[in-house]
Structure formats: structure tokens, C-alpha cells
Ligand binder design. Sequence first.
Ligand code: 13P
Ligand code: SF4
Length: 325
Amino acid sequence: MLSTPIPRIEAAHIAALTAEILELKRKRNAVILAHNYQIAEIQDLADFVGDSLGLSQQAAKTPADVIVFCGVHFMAETAAILCPSKRVLLPDLDAGCSLADSIRVEQLRSWKAEYPGAVVVSYVNTTAEVKAESDYCCTSGNALKIVQSIPEDQEILFLPDQFLGSWVQKMTGRKNMHIWMGECHVHAAIPPLRIDEKMKEFPNAELLIHPECGCLTPYLDRVIRQNGSCSLKVASTEGMIQRAANSSVSEFVVATEIGILHRLKKENPQKTFHPIDNEMSCKYMKMITVEKLHRALKEDIYPITVAGDIARKAKTAIDRMISIF
Ligand code: 13P
Ligand code: SF4
């Protein structure tokens, strides 16, 4: 079973909407991009499902005229910056991100003034204005490589996710990296003890953990002290999908937003996946529904655009992000 069964009337309604969506998509030469945390019905309808990096790469190269972004606002904004000549639609304007909200552009400007000459590395979960004040963007899929590509003696301001920042710092051994204390409300909420409970419950499972998780830092410290005596993979959502497919292990504990379980189960029906916590759901990602996707294509809403100067500056940082992976 991939997801909760849908009542018959609702299933018929969704099937009718799906048929119309496919027709509208064809007529408008549109592509549907969906993040790995989207609801199952949206993932199944999308032309491409992936992580932030993969979705940006797809947006940059699509020949479509219209991109319907089934994700959150900063993702649609990134697509709009990469494809200024295309129509980018976000089906619900309220689909925001608590992590992107954890730093405003004025705060970044003040921080930069404290460290003149520092290189600014911003996670893609930021507003276009913050990206425009950044030298590099990164995603969880390439944050390590981006930081490693910066000369060792160069001071870095890393923002806004403290847990991703702390993991990158640990893995690179970088001392001259200052980290903003932002967090995602979904990933920060998991206490380290939850991992112990789950791993005790499923002792043969491998742990797949997203670097935005607040429980990662203390857990990783313990694993390092015990000389890596646990099966653990820190990865972006797409990294988790690849790991599940390629690993010889058949059981996994998954520490990230629960939407990813749909793809994990669908693509690996012979394997078992346990969410670290069923409550790990992002209310913003779940705002996108089949009805809203249908309305977006039909009524051409909500177009996402970024002002010329901000888009131009942000694009330099985003281009660096999509070229290093
Ligand atoms: P990924 O890039 O790993 O998919 O994570 C993005 C994210 O945080 C969306 O919440
Ligand atoms: Fe933002 Fe967290 Fe939701 Fe990802 S899961 S979109 S980081 S609030």
C-alpha cells in the first residue's frame, strides 16, 4: 500500500481533474515539477519529482513554456530566476517555508557588515533578495562540495540552517565558517532520543537522515565516538532515494518529511521504510492539492516573478549552485 486509500467519489473526482490537467498541460506546453515532499497524487501527476537541486536543474533546461511548481515559494522563485522568459506558476501563494523565513535581507546585510570580505553561502531555502546578497547558493545535495570549492583561508558566512551548517562544518573541518541560527520547524522538532527509540525498534535498519534535522548533530557526534558502529546515511531527499535503491539493506528508518515515503515505497516495493515520526509533515508542502494544480493551469495562477536587478544578482549565486554537484 503506497498511501491511504481514497474514497471512491473522491477518486473519481481526482481522476476527472487529472484528465483535465493532462489536457491543459498539453495545450499550454507546460511541465509539472514536484518536490519529494508533495502529496502522493501530485507526485504521480508530475513530469519530474526530485530534490531542490534536481528541480532547479530541470527548470533550467526545460523546453516547456509554462512551469507549474508543486513545491514552496522559494523553489518557484528559483525557477523564475533561472527561466525569466517562462511563465512560472505556484498553485498556492501561501506555500512558504519556515526556514526561508528565518533570515531577512536586512539581517544578512548587517551580518555581512560584521564580516567584510567573507564569502556568503546561502541554502536555496531563502528569498530571492537574500540570494541576491549571496555569493553562492547550495542545496542539501551539494552544500559540502560548494564549501569545499571555496579556498580554505576564506572566511564563510553560511545561512540560514544551523544544522546543515554544523554538519558541513564537521565534515569539512572548516574553522572559519560562521553559521546563522535558523531552522526548519519540521526538521528541528525531532529530538535525538527519537532516533535511539526507532533504531532500537528496528535494529537491522539503516538510518537515512536529512542534514536539516536538529537531532543530527548530537547523533553524529556519538556515531563518530563509537567509530561509526551504525548504518547511517546523511543525504538530501534525492540522495535518500538513490541510497534506498542502491543499498543492499532492505529496511530503513527515514528522518525527514513524510512525503518522501511515497516515492521510497513506490520505487522499492520489496523494501521496508519506517518514518522516524509520522507527525513530520510540512504544512506548506501539503498546501498543494490536485484541485489547486488544476486551477493553476486553468486560470493561470499564481505567476511568480522576480524583479530584474534582484533576479540578475541572485542568478549568479544560483548558477554556481547548479554547476557544482
Ligand atoms: P532537499 O533539497 O533535500 O529535497 O530538501 C529541500 C527542503 O528542505 C525542502 O524542505
Ligand atoms: Fe521549508 Fe521545512 Fe517545509 Fe522544507 S520542510 S519547505 S525546509 S518548512
